[in-house]
Design a protein around this ligand. Sequence first.
Ligand SMILES: Nc1ncnc2c1ncn2[C@@H]1O[C@H](COP(=O)(O)OP(=O)(O)O)[C@@H](O)[C@H]1O
Ligand SMILES: [Mg+2]
Length: 472
Amino acid sequence: MGSKVTIDVSNTQGRKRIFSYEDHDTFMVGRMNDCHLCIEDDTYLSRHHFIMEVNPPHARLQDLGSLNGTYVNGKKVGGRDVTETPEEALSRYKFPWVDLKDGDVISTGDTTFRMIIQSPDRVTGPIRCQKCGRDVSNESGAARGGTYICESCQKSAESSPFELLQQFLDENRLNRPLVAGRISNTSRLGFTQNEAMNFSDWDVVRVLGVGVFGASYHIVHRSTKKQAALKLMLPRTAAGKDVQESFLRDTQVVQKIKHHNINEVFESGYRNGIFYFVMDYCNVGNLESLRRGGKVQTTFLVLSMLQVLEALTTAHNEGYIHRGIKPQNILLNSADNNLTTRISDFGLTRSFIRNGLSGMTVTGSAVGSYPYTPREQVVDFRVARPETDIWALGATMYNLLTGEFPRNFMHGKDPLDVILNGDIIPIRQRDPSIPLDIAEIIDHAVRNDPSERYQHAGEMLSALKRVWKKTG
Ligand SMILES: Nc1ncnc2c1ncn2[C@@H]1O[C@H](COP(=O)(O)OP(=O)(O)O)[C@@H](O)[C@H]1O
Ligand SMILES: [Mg+2]
């Protein structure tokens, strides 16, 4: 059995409830009916009182600017003054997360929450950072056991794509066993079936960009001149052999979707504490490269989105959700005078989170995508439905056409509060020159309530095709 977080809830009237988590999730308490624990008649509670994020064996809590505050072991952690709005209180507290440990007691008025954190896999004795060799047993990320790169080495690797690459390629570590990834269609890349990729045959041409958990590089095979992109992902928590295999298996399942407009991954694996993916290289870069003066021309965007929606329709039909759609994951490749749009990183974010490798990344904070996060991802963290991709795609279109996001993320405002309570601004309020029929499609995609959106990429595709036919 893996780690488990249990929240034992009781109140002064003797009512009891138990919430148990073995996977990454959120737990929100308040009077609103979208809270996981909704106590409508408890006037002590605010509408959204506090939120907890659990990623066993870790758990942390944030008060959501409640009127009466939240107490952890008798100490007040947040809450607002009577004269303050929840937003003002949250910005005053700088949205602090409080780390919780086994035995902690949280109280809000009549209700008490006792934390029971079990971590049977916990490794005793020194846990050495794979990179610097320090004993880092005290770091929360090391708690799950397995190979681990410490927080400080993670930070330096994340800030420098060259350092990350160097660690990945470190010759001294090459004889460590690789977790074998899938190798398919290898003739396109110039190596043979079942032969683990030999990175010494490849030259790194340049850094393509730094991502949320790592970076991507353009690589060229020295003798065949085949081109590819190498993506490195650095886990935030320790990864044992079972977790390494489980994450790679999850990503390989998604890679079964074959579509002209989905960027193909040829090989994946794990070495030197880093996950790697070798994939199609897209020579124009991502959708950002179409921006002129901060905005993309409507015609360009529609042409790209028709291709993206074709691919998403196939994926949704086969039951796959991306969960990481944003402009940086929509790539463009130019060949023979044709510009092809390809969705990249299909399912990677979702699998990374699901295997607990993303650390504490509630609603996509570390996934770098607060602005592309639909509301239900906070209140229903593990949700992965087509409507979730639809919202993110709508927000992507919204941003590329206007340079803004559907919600206002103002400086000093807690992004979590903006997602929970912020209004969605109709796109023509940002720019009245956006054609009405395109605006309708985007506004429909970014509705707060998932049931009011397109339910499936196919529906959105049909709507966009109708508009395109009228214009074309
Ligand atoms: N296969 C690829 N071809 C061209 N550019 C890519 C490719 N993969 C990633 N990039 C670019 O590299 C940057 C970093 O991407 P990535 O490592 O996937 O991080 P993230 O998805 O978290 O932004 C992005 O700007 C992305 O558009
Ligand atoms: Mg990406």
